[in-house]
Design a binder for this molecule. Structure first.
Ligand code: ATP
Ligand code: MG
Length: 657
């Protein structure tokens, strides 16, 4: 980042965007909500007591002795307690007489390819798989890499690991052999579970060859367990074992041994938006307590009547916490979809909502902006009257995208919960509660009960209302990461060294005049213009609020006059034309919305933006482009050709002042 202009007093982060829209909870939702405003008071009065009650929603084989052991920055929750995560997610629902209830409606990408698993089905499948893993020599504490498409065997494999106390490391199925190999090595996994392939964009997409390439250089891998999904032709090796051969012949009985609350449950690598992914370690009791409670509270889940659909890939933390562990612990009925939103047509998501009468939908801003770009007429063709709550996660949601989501997907009835959290936090931390909060479009609003989050300045002091700064968490929480796998020092350096005694999330935030929290993008991306720290999110949201803009990314590029200047990359909406004066129009629009300080120096109209495989914009690559450097590490980029398309746009992009 450029040095500060001498003599200019700088706020940690400017607060430029003003938003006055509010959406109160629907009366019927408020009156029957799982969680009311009393939860905030209860947690404030006795934070640990609050989390104890949340933990009591689970079934413990042995109750814990100590709620929290806190040796900063290392936390242990519910020590002395023992539980089995798979038992909590599956067996206890069957034992309670809910074996016939659907756990997952699975929808394959090829139309008509669907499968339904009840809790009793899930129990049998998890038991068989646990027995198969044992036969393959996998025991408690061993690491298992999982590299699979979005098929039912993926959550089954995760639960089977959890059941026997093995630690899973799910690697997103879009990653390369090199990325997979480095994750297998980092966790020292002994088994890989995969499939021949999965369906994406209307065609079988192979996975097994990538595993073969990765495993060729991983001598520690004893077996590769392969599900047949696409029946593509694949090479086989001595180490390969087919799911149909080993799992299907196992007994469907298996005794779930209790594990310690602090036994590791999984390792998951962050999405790599800012750099080298970190192997985030999560443990058992605290993780399940918070994922389960937040799923119950933030989505107001009524297990008897709701049909819940989180569209994330299970390869990301959102899928771990809100497709697998949280919903299953709550006995929910969920939808899992294998494919992409535009296969075979751009209404596929809405067709699925209509088919299963989905009541709760949880997706990401990148998807919402894509649907906006495709046009309002597409969702309008489907009956989505079943929806009652919408959620967003992954990036700040631009107010315009929020309002579009509420209006065109939620028929202007449904609350939208903007949920802030990270791989590291394990579960939702800052979010409205749908029956309590009058939400503002674009704001994550307030920390959930039991969470002590703050916006602080450079010195770690809370900023006043109206101020901007860094998001920090002041107290440990049950589903927090325990460390970076094998690297305690990196854990300390990354999260606990910026501010004394506080967890540093790496995100910028502001507290508005009412004290509500808005996320402002990553601290690494903050732009320093003439002594003002300007958030990427605010400028991007101002651009997206222009009717011609579908999506925008902004970066600060070195500028001789202002330190840094704002360079914007925009994608226009389907119907908008790239006229000669579009740049002037957009620059003036931003100046009018946020003030002249935020006026971009350049506007580049581009066909695509560089995104991670989880759909997040990678601004550091755009900064390289804006500063005419060679582009940095692109290994976590979804489509590396995008950078060439953008670079082609550059020569025409002279300074426009
Ligand atoms: P890496 O840490 O490797 O750079 P990543 O941060 O993208 O990758 P994740 O843990 O998947 O990996 O993402 C968490 C981040 O996503 C948060 O720190 C924040 O920047 C962003 N985020 C998630 N939800 C929201 C939200 N509701 N509002 C704003 N930002 C969000
Ligand atoms: Mg991160």
């Amino acid at each position: 980042m450029a040095p500060e202009t001498p003599g200019t007093e700088t706020q940690a982060l400017s607060n430029l965007l003003q938003e006055s829209r509010r959406f109160a909870p629907p009366a019927d939702l408020a009156s029957s909500a799982n969680v009311t405003s009393a939860a905030y008071d209860e947690a404030a009065a006795d934070r640990l007591g609050f989390w104890e009650r949340a933990a009591d929603r689970l079934t413990w084989a042995k109750r814990w002795d100590t709620t929290l052991e806190w040796n900063p920055p290392f936390a242990k929750w519910f020590t002395g307690g023992q539980l089995n995560i798979a038992y909590n997610c599956v067996d206890r629902h069957v034992e309670a007489g809910r074996g016939d209830k659907v756990a997952y409606h699975w929808e394959g990408e090829p139309e008509g390819d669907s499968r339904t698993l009840t809790y009793a089905d899930l129990q049998r499948e998890v038991n068989k798989t646990a027995n198969a893993l044992t036969e393959l020599g996998v025991g408690k504490g061993d690491r298992v890499a999982i590299y699979m498409p979005m098929i039912p065997e993926l959550p089954i494999a995760m639960l089977a690991c959890a059941r026997i106390g093995a630690v899973h490391s799910v690697v997103f199925g879009g990653f390369s052999a090199t990325a997979l190999k480095s994750r297998i090595d980092d966790a020292d996994a002994k088994l890989v579970i995969t499939a021949d392939g999965g369906y994406r964009r209307g065609a079988p997409s192979a996975l097994k060859p990538t595993v073969d390439e990765a495993v060729a250089e991983c001598p520690q891998i004893e077996h590769v367990l392969v599900v047949r999904r696409t029946n593509q032709e694949i090479s086989t090796y001595d180490r390969d074992v087919f799911w149909a051969d080993i799992v299907e012949r196992q007994s469907d009985q298996h005794t779930a041994e209790p594990h310690e609350a602090e036994d590791p449950l999984f390792i998951l690598y962050t999405s790599g938006t800012t750099g080298k992914p970190k192997g985030i370690l999560h443990t058992s009791g605290g993780y399940l307590t918070q994922t389960s409670w937040t799923h119950h509270a933030v989505f107001d889940l009524k297990p008897e009547t709701d049909i819940y659909w989180c569209t994330a890939d299970i390869g990301w933390v959102t899928g771990h916490s809100y497709i697998v562990y949280g919903p299953l612990a709550n006995g929910a009925t969920s939808v899992i979809y294998e494919g992409t939103p535009d296969t075979p047509h751009r209404g596929r998501f809405w067709e699925i909502v209509q088919k299963y009468k989905v009541t709760i939908l949880y997706t990401a801003p990148t998807a919402i902006r894509t649907f906006m770009k495709w046009g309002d007429d597409i969702p309008a063709k489907f009956d989505m009257s079943s929806l009652r709550i919408l959620g967003s996660v992954g990036e700040p949601i631009n107010p315009e995208a929020y309002v579009w989501y509420r209006e065109h997907i939620g028929a202007s009835r449904t609350p939208v919960v903007d949920t802030w959290w990270q791989t590291e936090t394990g579960a939702i931390m800052i979010s409205p509660l749908p029956g309590v909060t009058s939400a503002k479009p674009g704001a994550a609003m307030t920390p959930l009960p039991g969470i002590v989050a703050d916006v602080v300045d450079d010195q770690g002091h809370s900023v006043p209302n109206g101020g901007g700064g860094y998001l920090a968490i002041r107290e440990p929480w049950p589903s927090m990461l325990r460390t970076i796998w094998g690297d305690d020092q990196r854990y300390i350096d990354t999260y606990w060294s910026r501010f004394e005694g506080m967890y540093f999330a790496g995100d910028g935030a502001k507290r508005d005049e009412d004290g509500d929290i808005w996320l402002l993008g990553r601290v690494d991306d903050v732009m320093l213009v003439s002594g003002h720290n300007i958030s990427t999110t605010e400028v991007e949201s101002a651009l997206v609020s222009h009717p011609k803009v579908a999506e925008a990314a902004v970066v600060g590029a070195t500028d001789p006059v202002t330190g840094q200047a704002i360079v914007s990359f925009v994608i226009l909406r389907g119907t908008a034309e790239e006229g000669a004066d579009i740049a002037t129009e957009l620059r003036n629009h931003v100046a009018k919305t946020l003030g002249p300080i935020a006026k971009p120096r350049q506007i580049l109209v581009v066909p695509e933006l560089p995104k991670t495989r989880s759909g997040k914009i990678m601004r550091r690559l755009l900064r390289d482009v804006a500063e005419n450097r060679s582009v940095g590490d692109v290994t976590t980029l979804a489509d590396s050709t995008v950078m060439n398309l953008i670079a082609e746009k550059l020569p025409s992009a002279k300074s426009e002042d």
